[in-house]
Design a protein around this ligand. Structure first.
Ligand code: ADP
Ligand code: SF4
Length: 694
């Protein structure tokens, strides 16, 4: 393939930059941002448009919306997805297509009718389904069986929405049957479709509606828009669901040449977007590889690909035509550009933590652990690659080499400041280095490695390990700006959500914290008898520590005031996998219980509902509750504030966990924000969408 205006440094990657026709349109390369939720949706259209435009700027040849509701009978409120109920929704979506077209990429829209997946909380329309059914959302709402007249109406809604999408400027229009969330998939599935008319029963009947909607969409917009189909090729539930070597294959064989593009993946969402704790790069290949053998149409698939070599392999082996990506394109919108320019070491690789997904699941714009500009592109004007050089660069001393300190130092040095980064320990990365050594979290070390690699290339950044700084040291250096990124420590006093005051009984027995376990491994467990891990943090860490302890052959009991294991990990789509893993490890689960007393060899647990107490055998209690900032250096420096000026110090600021313990994503963002705000008269007020009209 000949390139007129591209000169990739490494010809191995040329194949990734070939244009690929998709029906009546042509993608400029093989980098395809598949539809993914952002939590920005119809309520924050400018935020959404800027995010998608950024991906086009970074070289993604196709940039898609998230699922976009076609009608008020598919109302996902309070989720914040795309919306195309009527003409009034066109201008918001047009912002996105214009932002994408500005960089020569194609804009795709994933039209959706969610059928019985949603309760229609806002519109109060009665949900619709192939057969009468209770909805997926936990609401006491049932969907009604669609009549033939309803089916006709639905088909018209889809046509109308496709026409509106075309008017909004989209180049690729999806017919979507995936994630166990869509009416079209519900019709395909035996477990949802119990009809006996021409739309139910045999596979030919069950795929009739899907086939008709593909044809309708082609007839309506196919002259100038490509028609893409997104189909779940396996649901990982055996013959209860679609299987890649069963009906999913039959469906693709039956419809092989009907769409212009096949976008194939796993269903449901937690199978599609598996975290790195539970899957490796390329985890979908074994399910999707067959598709190209049964169709001549281009195929896109995902699998958290961040390595250009894997991408080339997938294309050259004929597994996929397009490298589909959601998360890798969030972590690095400029991934394609970096490959094209021969800067593969600069790729900010997704760590597979699924923090981005928590945005959609909590109905707010998403954030990303690796890319702190995500969600801030429009409202703060942040860019993942460019940051203005400082007019008068000053010197900075950053103390603490965890994610906050590394990011602050990196971004400050990018702006041209001279940066000294001092870390007390013998390795960089702070909590990221500790946590990435735990079972399943290895990929998290990328947070450290990317930043360190960037810093090591900057002559204006000096990095010092083994440098625990005191207040006296700080005053003696005469560096005008000091940034404290000294992190946090896990509490040993029991204070958390369920217990707001210190627990005095903790002195009666053996207690360890996550810091002990991460630093020393299971050697910090001195006592015989089971280890009880008390999880009042309710995210991932307690369950990972349980794995660490169980893998060492030590009996573990998991106690939590929550009724499920690792409750907040529902938002990262990991909860059921975590609970399954603990059960499979033989860990005893004591749920809905607080801790209320202990001695040398037992723990008393208390039911959070009934208050009844039970004594269980225990050797050591591992507390995973909450953290306290490591702010002693801050306290010492605050106490001598009157000496700052004489020591040449202008500013001392705290960032990351030493300011307030939080997510790694929060620490990274606070380092980035510090660097962004240098030189500004005052921190700008962030723009809000709700006070202005389109
Ligand atoms: P964050 O998530 O906010 O970046 P971490 O706990 O990951 O916080 O990292 C904090 C880092 O700061 C740790 O690596 C720790 O060793 C280092 N640190 C703490 N106190 C000092 C100090 N006085 N001097 C130098 N480094 C310090
Ligand atoms: Fe990847 Fe985590 Fe960023 Fe999501 S939040 S894109 S999983 S690094």
């Amino acid at each position: 393939m000949h390139h007129d205006n591209k000169s990739p440094k490494d010809s191995r990657y040329d194949v990734l930059f070939e244009p690929v026709p998709i029906g009546p349109v042509t993608a400029p390369n093989r980098f395809y941002q598949v539809p993914h939720c952002t939590g920005m949706g119809y309520r924050y259209p400018r935020t959404e448009a800027r995010l998608r435009g950024m991906k086009a700027e970074g070289g993604w040849g196709v940039v898609s919306t998230q699922e976009t509701e076609i009608h008020a009978t598919s109302d996902l409120t309070p989720a914040n997805e795309g919306r195309l109920w009527d003409e009034r929704d066109i201008p918001a979506l047009k912002l996105m297509t214009e932002a994408v077209h500005e960089h020569g990429s194609l804009a795709a829209i994933q039209l959706v009718h969610n059928g019985m997946h949603t309760a229609n909380r806002f519109s109060r329309e009665v949900p619709m389904a192939p057969s009468a059914a209770i909805v997926d959302q936990n609401d006491p709402v049932q969907a009604r069986e669609m009549s033939l007249a309803d089916i006709k109406l639905f088909k018209q809604w889809h046509i109308d929405a496709a026409l509106r999408a075309k008017r909004a400027g989209f180049d690729i229009i999806y017919v979507y049957a995936g994630h166990d969330m869509t009416l079209l998939q519900h019709f395909l599935l035996q477990r949802h479709n119990h009809r006996s008319d021409q739309y139910g029963g045999s596979l030919t009947n069950r795929l009739r509606l899907f086939q008709e909607v593909i044809a309708d969409t082609r007839d309506a917009v196919g002259d100038s828009c490509a028609v893409a189909v997104r189909l779940a090729v396996d649901e990982l539930m055996g013959d209860e669901g679609l299987e890649h070597d069963g009906e999913a294959r039959d469906i693709i064989e039956a419809l092989a040449e009907e769409p212009d593009l096949w976008d194939v993946n796993l269903s449901n969402w937690s199978n599609d977007s598996q975290s790195s704790r539970f899957s490796e790069e390329g985890y979908q290949e074994q399910y999707t590889a067959f598709v190209k053998t049964v169709t001549t149409k281009p195929v896109v698939g995902v699998g958290r690909y961040t390595s250009p070599d894997s991408m080339v392999r997938v294309v050259n082996k004929g597994i996929l035509d397009f490298i589909g990506a959601a998360r890798p394109s969030i972590a690095d919108p400029f991934l394609p550009k970096k490959i094209e320019e021969g800067r593969t070491d600069d790729i900010r690789e997704c760590i597979g933590c699924n923090i981005c997904i928590t945005g959609d699941n909590t109905n707010v714009p998403m954030r990303c652990t690796q890319n702190p500009s995500v969600g801030e592109e429009w409202r703060r004007g942040w860019h993942p690659e460019h940051i203005e050089s400082l007019k008068k660069p000053e010197q900075y001393l950053v103390i603490g080499g965890g994610p906050a300190g590394l990011e602050a130092a990196r971004a400050l040095s990018q702006r041209g400041a001279d940066v000294v980064l001092a870390e007390a320990g013998s390795q960089w990365g702070g909590r990221v280095s500790l946590e990435s050594s735990l079972p399943g979290l290895g990929a998290w070390s990328r947070v450290r490695d990317w930043r360190l690699h960037q810093l090591q290339q900057r002559p204006n950044a000096q990095l010092y390990l083994h440098s625990e700084l005191s207040a006296e040291d700080v005053l003696s250096y005469e560096i005008p700006n000091v940034v404290l990124a000294t992190g946090s420590s896990w509490r040993r006093d029991g204070v958390g959500r369920a217990n707001r005051r210190p627990l005095s009984f903790l002195n009666n027995g053996n207690v360890v914290t996550p810091d002990d376990l991460m630093r020393d491994g299971v050697s910090c467990i001195q006592n015989n008898g089971p280890v009880v891990v008390f999880d009042d943090d309710r995210f991932y860490l307690a369950s990972v520590l349980v794995e660490l302890i169980a893998n060492a052959g030590i009996e573990v009991v998991y106690v939590s005031p929550s009724p499920i294991v690792a409750a907040w990990s529902e938002h990262t789509l990991e909860q059921d996998r975590i609970q399954k893993r603990l059960i499979e490890l033989g860990v005893k689960l004591v749920l809905s219980h607080n801790i209320s007393n202990m001695d040398d060899d037992s723990l008393t647990v208390k039911c959070v509902y009934a208050g009844s107490e039970t004594k269980i055998p225990m050797g050591t209690l591992a507390l995973v509750t909450a953290r306290l900032p490591n702010d002693s250096l801050w306290q010492e420096l605050s106490a001598v504030e009157s000496q700052w000026q004489a020591a040449g110090i202008k500013t001392i600021e705290r960032i990351g966990d030493c300011f307030a313990p939080g997510l790694i994503a929060t620490a990274v963002q606070s380092g980035f924000a510090l660097a962004q705000n240098v030189g500004l008269e005052s921190v700008p007020i962030v723009r809000r969408e709700d006070y202005s009209s389109l």
